[in-house]
Design a protein around this ligand. Structure first.
Ligand code: PMP
Ligand code: GLN
Length: 379
C-alpha cells in the first residue's frame, strides 16, 4: 500500500524480548517490571469490574481520577491543574504523546528531538507532516547542550520534545535545565511536550521537576505521564496528559477520535488507590535499592557506567572491551550469556553506535543477581 513510515520496522523492544524468550535469557531489554503490582490495586480492579463499572467512562476520564491526579500533582509538583479543564486520562503515555504532537504539529513544522530519543516521538512527528530536527545530548552525561538547541531553532520550530527522567540514559533534569529551557522559549511561539513517565523513579535524593511546575513553561507544555510505569502495570496502558485548558481542548479532540476513552474499572481503581500518597511517594526508595544492587554488581563486569539518576534503566559502555557493533553485542549477550539488553544506537536517527547498551533493572533481586553473575562472562 506504500508505507507512510518506510524507515520503521518492528521496535527493538519487541525484537529483543522475543530473542530473550527464544533463548531462555534473562530479559533486561524491554522496560517492564518483573514483579507484580500491589495486591490492593489488583483487588480494586476486580472489585470495580464485578460492581459493573464496565461501560464507557467520560471521554476525558472519570472526574475522581482527574481530581486525584491533580492532588498528586499539587503534592509533588506544587501546582494544582484544573481537573475539569486541564487533566485528561488516556490509554498510556504513548497515546498522550501522540495526541499532543498531533494537536500542535502541522505539515512543515519543525520539531526538536533530543537524541538519544524514545522511539515513538519521531513517527508521531512525521505522520503529522512535521520535520524532526535532531539535537544530540551531551556525550558525557546526556545533559542538554542548550547552545546546540538554540542553534537548531528556526522560525518554523513549533515544538520541542523533552524527556526527564530520560530513557535510555537515566539523566534527570535539574532546575538549571528547566530555567535554560524557559529562557530559550520565552518570547518564542514554541510548544513543549514533556515525557515524564518516570516521574516517580529518581535516585540519591534527586527530585523530578515537572515542566508543569514552572510558572512560564506550564502555559506551553503538555505533560505526559503513565500509571503503568508508576504502579508496575505497563500492560494496562493507562496514562494522562496535563496541559493548559486551551491546549487541552485541542488535545481532547484528538484523544476523542483516537481511543475516545480509557478502561473504566482501572480508572476507578486508580482513583481510590491514589487516595494514599505513600503509594507513589514510596517508589523512589523501592527502586533505589534495585539501582544500587544492579550498579554495585555492574562494577565487577568491566563495563563503564555512571549510576542512573532516574528511570529504571542503567546505561553502560563497552567500547574499551570490544569494538563490535552494539546490536551484535546485544544479540551475542542474549544468545551466549543469556542476558538480554537494548543496543542504544536504535535511539539515534542515524543509528550512531557509541558502544552503549541499556539494561532494565526493574526486576526481582534474585533475577538481578543472576544476570550480574552471567555478565561476569563479558569479553
Ligand atoms: N515514554 C517513555 C520514555 C517510555 O519509556 C515509555 C515506556 N514504554 C513510554 C513513553 C510509553 O508509556 P506507556 O506504556 O504508558 O504508553
Ligand atoms: N518503554 C519501554 C522501553 O523503553 C518499552 C515499551 C515498548 O516496548 N514499546 O523499553
Amino acid at each position: 500500500i506504500g508505507s507512510k513510515l518506510p524507515h520503521v520496522g518492528t521496535t527493538i523492544f519487541t525484537v529483543m524480548s522475543r530473542m530473550a524468550s527464544e533463548e531462555g535469557a534473562i530479559n533486561l531489554s524491554q522496560g517492564f517490571p518483573g514483579f507484580g503490582a500491589d495486591p490492593v490495586l489488583l483487588e480494586l480492579v476486580g472489585k470495580y469490574t464485578r460492581d459493573g463499572y464496565n461501560q464507557y467512562p467520560p471521554m476525558s476520564g472519570i472526574p475522581q481520577l482527574r481530581r486525584r491526579l491533580a492532588e498528586k500533582t499539587e503534592l509533588t509538583q506544587i501546582y494544582f491543574p484544573d481537573p475539569e479543564t486541564e487533566v485528561t486520562i488516556v490509554s498510556g503515555a504513548t497515546e498522550a504523546l501522540f495526541s499532543a504532537v498531533t494537536a500542535v504539529v502541522r505539515p512543515g513544522d519543525e520539531v526538536v528531538l533530543l537524541e538519544p530519543a524514545y522511539d515513538s516521538y519521531e513517527p508521531a512527528v512525521t505522520l503529522n507532516g512535521g520535520v524532526p530536527v535532531y539535537v544530540p545530548l551531551n556525550a558525557e552525561d546526556f545533559s542538554v547542550d542548550w547552545e546546540r538547541v538554540e542553534k537548531a531553532l528556526s522560525p518554523k520550530t513549533r515544538l520541542i520534545m523533552v524527556n526527564s527522567p530520560h530513557n535510555p540514559s537515566g539523566y534527570v533534569w535539574t532546575e538549571e535545565d528547566i530555567d535554560s529551557l524557559a529562557t530559550l522559549v520565552r518570547d518564542r511561539d514554541i510548544y513543549l511536550v514533556s515525557d515524564e513517565v518516570y516521574e516517580h523513579i529518581t535516585f540519591d535524593g534527586r527530585k523530578h521537576i515537572s515542566l508543569g511546575s514552572h510558572p512560564e513553561l506550564r502555559n506551553k507544555t503538555f505533560v505526559c505521564g503513565s500509571f503503568g510505569k508508576t504502579f508496575h502495570v505497563t500492560g494496562w496502558k493507562i496514562g494522562y496528559c496535563i496541559a493548559p485548558s486551551d491546549m487541552t481542548v485541542e488535545f481532547r479532540k484528538i484523544h476523542q477520535f483516537l481511543t475516545f476513552t480509557t478502561v473504566t474499572p482501572i480508572q476507578y481503581a486508580l482513583a481510590e488507590y491514589l487516595e494514599e500518597p505513600n503509594r507513589y511517594l514510596s517508589i523512589p526508595a523501592f527502586y533505589q535499592s534495585k539501582r544500587d544492587l544492579f550498579a554495585g554488581g555492574l562494577t565487577r563486569t568491566g563495563l563503564i557506567f555512571t549510576p542512573a539518576r532516574g528511570s529504571f534503566f542503567q546505561l553502560a559502555s563497552y567500547g574499551h572491551l570490544s569494538q563490535i557493533g552494539d546490536r551484535e553485542l546485544a544479540e551475542r549477550m542474549t544468545r551466549r550469556l543469556k542476558v538480554a539488553c537494548i543496543p542504544v544506537s536504535v535511539f539515534y536517527s542515524d543509528r550512531r553506535d557509541d558502544k552503549f547498551i541499556r539494561f532494565c533493572f526493574a526486576k526481582e533481586e534474585a533475577e538481578l543477581f543472576e544476570a550480574l553473575e552471567r555478565l561476569q562472562g563479558l569479553p
